[in-house]
Design a binder for this molecule. Structure first.
Ligand SMILES: [Zn+2]
Length: 150
């Protein structure tokens, strides 16, 4: 998996993606992850520039647990949003300040495929060293199945 710096990205200024990652860090503080002790926050940017945040929400029955990314998407979609440009994800052990690059799980990638253009939607990852990587959805979900196939 090869990342690319925001410097190489065209379009929105890199400051916007850095601030999006900061919002993911803030959302991570609200993570409910007593079982995995792995806290994740996400910040989803709409095409109009509005941000919806989410955190992972676990459950004693495990199955009903939800990822931070999908929490953000479902909040946004339930408020009427349909067009998105980027999501930042911050994840790591809840008891530590250490953050490693935390890519979205397969289920969340599929949810992104439903609402986002794989050619332009960006996924921003970061670590506690201050490093950032940005991927296009098409890089993380090649040959994705989406609404266009139906
Ligand atoms: Zn997920």
């Amino acid at each position: 998996m090869s990342g690319r710096s925001e410097n190489e990205m065209s379009g929105r200024p890199e400051e916007k993606l850095y601030s999006l990652y900061k919002e993911a860090l803030e959302a991570r503080k609200r993570s409910y992850s007593p079982y995995s002790r792995f806290a994740v926050g996400a910040a989803l940017l709409t095409e109009e520039g509005k941000v919806y945040t989410g955190c992972n929400i676990e459950n004693a029955a495990y199955g009903p647990s939800n990822c931070a990314e999908r929490t953000a998407f479902f909040k946004a979609v339930s408020e009427g949003e349909r067009r998105f440009s980027a999501i930042a994800i911050a994840g790591g052990p809840a008891d530590s300040g250490e953050l490693s690059f935390c890519p979205p799980c397969g289920v969340c990638r599929q949810v992104m495929q439903e609402f986002c253009d794989p050619e332009t939607f960006r996924i921003v990852l970061g670590n506690s060293k201050g490093e950032r990587k940005t991927y296009l959805l098409k890089e993380l979900l090649p040959l994705g199945f989406g609404p266009d196939q139906l």
